[in-house]
Design a protein around this ligand. Sequence first.
Ligand code: AN7
Length: 343
Amino acid sequence: MIYHGLIHRYKQYLDLPAHSQTVTLLEGNTPLVPMPRLGRELGCELFVKFEGLNPTGSFKDRGMTAAISESLGRGAKTVICASTGNTAASAAAYAARAGLRSIVLIPEGKVAVGKLAGAIAYGAEVIQIQGSFDDALALVVEITQKTPIALVNSINPYRIEGQKTSAFEICDALDAAPDWLCLPVGNAGNITSYWAGFKQYGKGLPRILGVQAKGAAPLVLGHPIEKPETVATAIRIGKPARGEQALEAAHESNGGIIAVSDAQILEAQKTLATEGVWVEPASAAGFAGLVAETTQHKIEAKGKRVVVVCTGHGMKDPSIITESFTTPRVIPAEYEALVDAVG
Ligand code: AN7
């Protein structure tokens, strides 16, 4: 069966206005990768929903196909977003596809190189803000209230509609919701979308574990963070726009929102790669949270079906790896030297 993208596939479940004109890069339909070895170590049946395999390398494409389709149909000429990077690349790609102008605001010096390169490659006008993601978000909200420029951050309700489809795909693949769903939380659009999606689809409800980075954990601490800091720059967010809904999802699902350290995040990134899945640091936070909670016996994962959402590809943030490894050794281009080196 030919795949036409997630709006086509799940149209009946998505509350999109009639004026929408579908703009798609065939996003979604991402693999639910079994992780038998790591699952055995944790005592559960473990899967990764690998959202890094979307067209621009992150889950943002699910919401962006919906938001850009609506903006285009409404007659918008320009779209704008604030971003820690992945939203920027996704908005740029879908705007390019739709023939719209895109403007993206990013926090100065804090965006992973693969994301910035993507935004530029797809033709976005990139503006760095001397401030945080939260400052940038406040600015784009203001300009979209005062001008016809369309906002494509996850405050835009169509972003949530599109992102619900990952929950549908998981239910379709497993024929039921998993027992646990673990995912990173930044601006809290994704956790909001998953919970809405599972509730709507009627194939059962998972318990949801939302995971923030310790230096950017407003939902765990219970107050906004003025200067969020974490190696996981994607979730370096101090005032999540959908924070209330994230807390609601955690509470209603009998799950929780926790924080993990940067060291735990980087360790989780390495561990996932040992089973062949390379994700960017923020993306590994869900797995880091699962490991932390099972180790402390706060989550009883034994015999349970657990889906960890890996939101963005490792290639988005190569410097995290390249800055920490030693340069590969150099040998002469001779067989003897190779034999020596291989040992
Ligand atoms: C890889 O791109 O906020 O909780 O501006 O890139 O829905 O915000 C990215 C967020 C998790 C958090 N994982 O999702 C942006 C941006 C990755 C991300 C999140 C982001 P939300």
